[in-house]
Design a protein around this ligand. Structure first.
Ligand code: CMP
Length: 139
């Protein structure tokens, strides 16, 4: 089925000017960027977005990293978009990511891992709505 998923190009990706190269991976895989915005997350926004990780030992570092520079938030649409995007991204830890994935090719570390993608269709809907109004998504 055609799905939508939330994608974030993280501060390590914008810092190294990799947004076009990463977007090309999405488009080559048949995903369409139907909404996109470059922002600097506040601590409040990052903390809210990652609230599910609040009790994890890496939470503080995660928020500090995600607010350390610009990010690009985007909505990707396509057949099986949630799983397809996770496949293209590769494993969270670039050391475990398969060859040819975004994280294998671009990520610096488990924290500076270049991209975020929703992990389920249910979370995708929540995460898309967190950043985008319906009127900003143009399919
Ligand atoms: P992301 O998909 O954005 O969701 C939570 C993020 O926490 C994850 O990607 C990683 O970049 C980051 N993170 C940092 N340290 C860890 C860790 N030890 N285990 C899992 N995620 C981590």
């Amino acid at each position: 089925a055609i799905e939508r998923t939330l994608s974030i190009l993280k501060p390590d990706a914008t810092r190294r000017n990799l947004t076009g190269k990463i977007n090309a991976r999405f488009e080559e895989a048949g995903l369409r960027i139907i909404a996109q915005r470059r922002i600097l997350m506040s601590e409040a926004i990052a903390g809210q977005f990652y609230a599910v990780h609040r009790e994890r030992p890496f939470f503080k570092d995660l928020v500090s990293f995600m607010t350390s520079g610009p990010v690009v938030v985007q909505v990707l649409e396509g057949e099986n978009a949630v799983a397809k995007n996770r496949e293209i991204m590769g494993a969270t830890n670039p050391a475990n990511a398969a060859p040819g994935t975004i994280r294998k090719d671009f990520a610096e570390s488990i924290e500076a891992n270049s991209v975020h993608g929703s992990d389920s269709l249910e979370n995708a809907a929540i995460e898309v709505a967190f950043f985008f109004a319906t009127s900003e998504i143009v399919a």
